[in-house]
Design a protein around this ligand. Sequence first.
Ligand code: ATP
Ligand code: MG
Length: 313
Amino acid sequence: MPSAIRVEHLRKVYPQSTRGVAALEDLNLEVPSGRVYGLIGRNGAGKTTFVRICSTQLAPTAGRVEVLGHDVDREEREIRSRIACIPQESRPLYFLTVEEVVYLYLKMRGLDRAESRRRTRDALDELSLTEHRNRLVSRLSGGLRRRTLCAMVLASDADLLFLDEPTTGLDPIARREVWEAIRRTSREHRTIMLTTHYLDEAEALSTRLALVERGRLVLEGTPADLRGRVRYPYRVTIQGSFPRAELEPYGRVTEIEGGWLLFTREAEAREVARRALERNVRLSLGPVSLEDIFLDVVGRSIDEDSATEGAET
Ligand SMILES: Nc1ncnc2c1ncn2[C@@H]1O[C@H](COP(=O)(O)OP(=O)(O)OP(=O)(O)O)[C@@H](O)[C@H]1O
Ligand SMILES: [Mg+2]
């Protein structure tokens, strides 16, 4: 399958950056087409910078970026007609109604009236916005405005969608409606680049993921690949009385309300489970979540940095 995005040695230094620090440094990445690709990382890691470069809103400082087979530097017109974006900070036009704003967006993208009407109706329905369709965007709550933006972009016929934190500020029901719309879009063999701080969302939707830390790619692959890259791919929670010293040799132990959380390997997890059951304590066991991986990998990188800084001073 061809790549939707191919990035080689991408570097970005904002001209305004006083310290000359790169927002992206030597980034190499391939996003397969027709899937949801998750981009995760801490605040300031470089996610939005990456999305803005790939969606031709920002020029790279160095490196090569190809989107849908076109170069972002030379062929931005070709790219723009085939992509749609929800930028991180944006809101739909204020003086229109929900229905008008979705419909006009589709018309401006070149769809005919009938198709725009049909897609608007379906998108409003899909995101439970039909009852709000005649309300002015200016009078909507923040979450409803964000949902309207999601409806616009997910109703489009773009081949590649950039969703930069699409569900921030949405209630749990609305968030799942957006997930369903994202899944439906990817079933139509379109590509979605999804940036999110909700790691359950990234895990639930993404076929592959990239974890960026301070402008560099630190982990990339399928959720299973990512689990294979951490020291301890299993988590065991123990509720009840169990001596910490007996857990320590198996992996990393942290105290939780009423018990322990142990990160360990598969064989060790089984052994601990056997011991815990003998002691009649409550136990749950399973593979680590994306959040566990994130905290482990990013946490270690922060620790290493402070250790280096400590050594330098
Ligand atoms: N217009 C700008 N001028 C100068 N520096 C910028 C600009 N925009 C972003 N940066 C810097 O680039 C780095 C990456 O920012 P970016 O917005 O890409 O991060 P992010 O991963 O999207 O973070 P968040 O999760 O908070 O949205 C940060 O250090 C930020 O301060
Ligand atoms: Mg951002």
